[in-house]
Design a protein around this ligand. Structure first.
Ligand SMILES: NC(=O)c1ccc[n+]([C@@H]2O[C@H](COP(=O)([O-])OP(=O)(O)OC[C@H]3O[C@@H](n4cnc5c(N)ncnc54)[C@H](O)[C@@H]3O)[C@@H](O)[C@H]2O)c1
Length: 359
């Protein structure tokens, strides 16, 4: 088991990564100070696979677990589901000192985290992420949210968990497409912060795709360490945390332009990574040879890297313009200045699209 600490003074917390963590979750929670009643928020897919083991472990640790099941799917990450969760938390008799545990992917984690941030003005919360994306990204850093009709993640809070348990064993049941999509965030960490991680990915991709637990543990822990470092330096994304948006400006626009139906988040991000890298070459920040390595790694992982021809470029521009991170008509675009380094440039969405004309 590898442990990464997110250092935020009194709100610091550990992320444990490794095998067989879920069956020992009760111990870890008790050690972190969890007592009495615990609400486990999950969905039917994950509950069928992992709730019995978690419930057993919680009960062995003397915790009184109550299940709160929400429907599976991004379309349920909304205020309506949140309302139903509050109802169940009240019915379960949760108190100020009780904990909420999120068991699932990013959808469960984001919604359960926001419930924890707001219920009784905040109760303690732990993440047990079960997708690769959630283990390397969504469960770390304290962004919690639900979607609004007008856009994704518009209603939320910064609220850090007390504990994250990333059990690599649970990734074995994850659909292949979901696993591969999660790899794009791992590749992103290598490109923005860690040339060594990038090289490890080039060498070990086969082992990762074959679910080698040791390599998975190493790569997930390295990813969490990078996110932790960035979050420690700028928890509320006032400045440097925006580096994590590498590949996401175009990625988000692609997701929005296709009504969140065509691409998984990680797939859209992979196309965004290729786009941002291409622009980095054009801006003379990134060498062609390194750009080629990025494209090759995306391809080896089985991720897409080009914007499909049928996607309307004007629509992409409009989506980038209304991005909640845009200011004064420009977006703070993250570029790669050599693998492992970044640079921010303020760019107009139209200029970004123009640079991608032949992409
Ligand atoms: N808070 C953050 O910082 C942050 C960062 C990135 C993404 N997100 C959010 O995360 C969400 C996407 O998360 P996701 O990609 O994990 O999707 P998800 O939560 O929808 O999970 C994907 C699918 O996999 C299933 N699943 C989960 N674990 C499984 C397992 N071990 N075995 C089999 N099936 C399993 C789920 O039921 C679901 O059907 C989005 O809502 C996004 O906004 C948040």
């Amino acid at each position: 088991v590898k442990t990464v600490t997110v250092g935020l003074d009194a709100r610091s917390y550990p992320i444990h990564v490794g095998r067989e963590l879920l069956p020992r979750a009760g111990e870890y929670l008790a050690q972190a100070g969890c007592r009495g009643r615990v609400a486990v928020v999950t969905n039917p897919t994950v509950a069928a696979l992992y709730l019995p083991a978690l419930a057993r472990s919680l009960s062995e640790a003397g915790l009184d677990a109550r299940e709160v099941v929400i429907p599976d799917g991004e379309e349920h990450k909304n205020l309506r589901t949140l309302g139903a969760v509050y109802d169940q938390l009240i019915r379960a008799g949760l108190e100020r000192g009780s904990w909420i545990v999120a068991l699932g992917g990013g959808v469960v984690g984001d919604l359960a985290g926001f419930a924890a941030a707001t219920f009784l003005r905040g109760v303690a919360f732990a993440q047990i992420p079960t997708t690769l994306l959630a283990q390397v990204d969504a469960s770390v850093g304290g962004k919690t949210a639900v979607n609004h009709r007008a856009g994704k993640n518009l209603i939320g809070a910064f609220y850090q968990p007390r504990l994250v348990l990333a059990d690599v064993d649970v990734l074995r049941t994850l659909p292949r497409r979901e696993f591969v999509a999660g790899l794009s965030e791992v590749i992103k960490y290598g490109i923005i912060e860690d040339a060594e991680l990038f090289r490890a990915l080039e060498n070990d991709l086969g082992a990762l795709l074959a679910m080698n637990s040791e390599r998975l543990t190493a790569v997930i822990a390295a990813s969490c360490a990078i996110k932790a470092k960035v979050v420690e330096s700028d928890e509320r994304e006032e400045d440097y945390r925006a580096v994590l948006n590498f590949g996401h400006t175009v990625g988000h626009a692609l997701e929005a332009a296709t009504a969140y139906r065509r691409f998984l988040h990680g797939e859209a991000v992979a196309i965004g990574i290729a786009a941002a890298s291409r622009i980095s070459v054009e801006e003379n920040l990134l060498a062609e040879t390194e750009f080629a390595r990025i494209l090759e790694l995306l391809a080896k992982a089985g991720l897409p890297a080009t914007i499909p021809a049928d996607i309307d470029r004007d629509k992409l521009v409009r989506k980038m313009e209304v991005d909640k991170k845009a200011t004064g008509g420009k977006v703070r675009f993250v570029l790669c200045a050599g693998i492992g380094r970044t640079r921010f440039h303020w760019l107009e969405p139209r200029a970004i699209a123009a640079k991608l004309k032949d992409a």
